[in-house]
Design a protein around this ligand. Sequence first.
Ligand SMILES: Nc1ncnc2c1ncn2[C@@H]1O[C@H](COP(=O)(O)OP(=O)(O)O)[C@@H](O)[C@H]1O
Ligand SMILES: N[C@@H](CCC(=O)OP(=O)(O)O)C(=O)O
Length: 369
Amino acid sequence: MPGTVVVKIGSSSLMEGNHLHTGNMEAAADQLSALMKDGWKAVLVSSGAVAAGRMRLGLPAEGLTIPEKQAAAAVGQGVLMQAYERIFERRGIIIAQVLLTRDVMGERRRYVHARNTLMTLLHHRVLPIVNENDTVAVEEIRFGDNDALSAQVAVMVDADLLVLLTDTDGLYTADPRVDAGAVRIPRLAEITPQIWRVAGRTRSRVGTGGMRSKLQAARIASSTGIPTVIASARRSRAVLDAVEGKDGGTYVEPQPHIRGRKRWIAYSSAPRGRLIVDEGAVRALCLDGRSLLAPGLLDVQGSFSAGDVVSIVGPDGREIARGVVNYDARDLQNVRGLRSQDIREMGVAARKPEVVHRDDLVIMEEGWR
Ligand SMILES: Nc1ncnc2c1ncn2[C@@H]1O[C@H](COP(=O)(O)OP(=O)(O)O)[C@@H](O)[C@H]1O
Ligand SMILES: N[C@@H](CCC(=O)OP(=O)(O)O)C(=O)O
């Protein structure tokens, strides 16, 4: 049964010397158009704006300032889209440019708007080509790498599969650029700390995150029930094989998943503040499935409003959960450590007794990053 696939192609696969790697772009287009003709909905997350713009402007690969990179992205994004327009038009596919920043994901209303737009494009059989809006993205609203962006987009469109196309045939036991004896890992049930260590921070000359950021993306997708395949953009059937479940690259299995609003709380929203809680609260949340109450609060950090997503952090600094908070930061400072009854007596905003209600809370995995 045709479903929805998100395919991400990295800068390392889009550039060949000083030019766009049209061979890899055509290969991706062949596969995407074949899938779309079979009834699949597809989103392409394409990097390469900075690299393409840099080449066009004759700027060096290293040592660019942030404004230079952003200017390069403004040039390169046009170069990329022009190439995609030509390539997909020949295959009878209409494309759309969608540029996102992280703050869109962080605010429910904007998230829903962006999602509706993507869903409408998919409904009309258009191929959205997504990139980060590098020209306006400052640190606080940046995804930082398109692996993370593609995982968020996969969550957003409820994808059945995420494919990360790169310059390597998947995850190896060590960086194959460095260790000639490294072998491919075909399947991962889970991304353990050991696997995390295997993926070094090393990357191609033009790429951003290396394998680690791909694993991070796979982890987001996997924990929301979406499988990921990391594969080589040079293999002409990489996407088709991934869709057909054939071996090739590294397949990261999906975990039993959480849906809808909780997905958004966990992975798409940027927490606006931190609630530091004591051991008792950690146990109540993680083991007993309870709501967060004021007596367990040790500290309140950041300035947030009721209804924002906050990070809930144990006394050791580890993030244990995220949730929608029922109080403004200032009110919470006042009720910190108090019992529900005392709060009622103080009349603080006479709101819900829970600081974060169980239904608005998602337990995050252990923070081994
Ligand atoms: N264990 C590993 N297996 C495979 N590749 C690895 C590993 N560790 C690091 N890498 C590096 O990751 C690079 C791909 O990431 P990156 O350069 O960010 O590509 P992209 O532009 O596709 O996002 C590879 O070229 C390789 O050097
Ligand atoms: N938004 C940037 C991409 C950054 C990025 O993540 O690159 P890559 O690691 O090659 O996927 C660009 O278009 O240049």
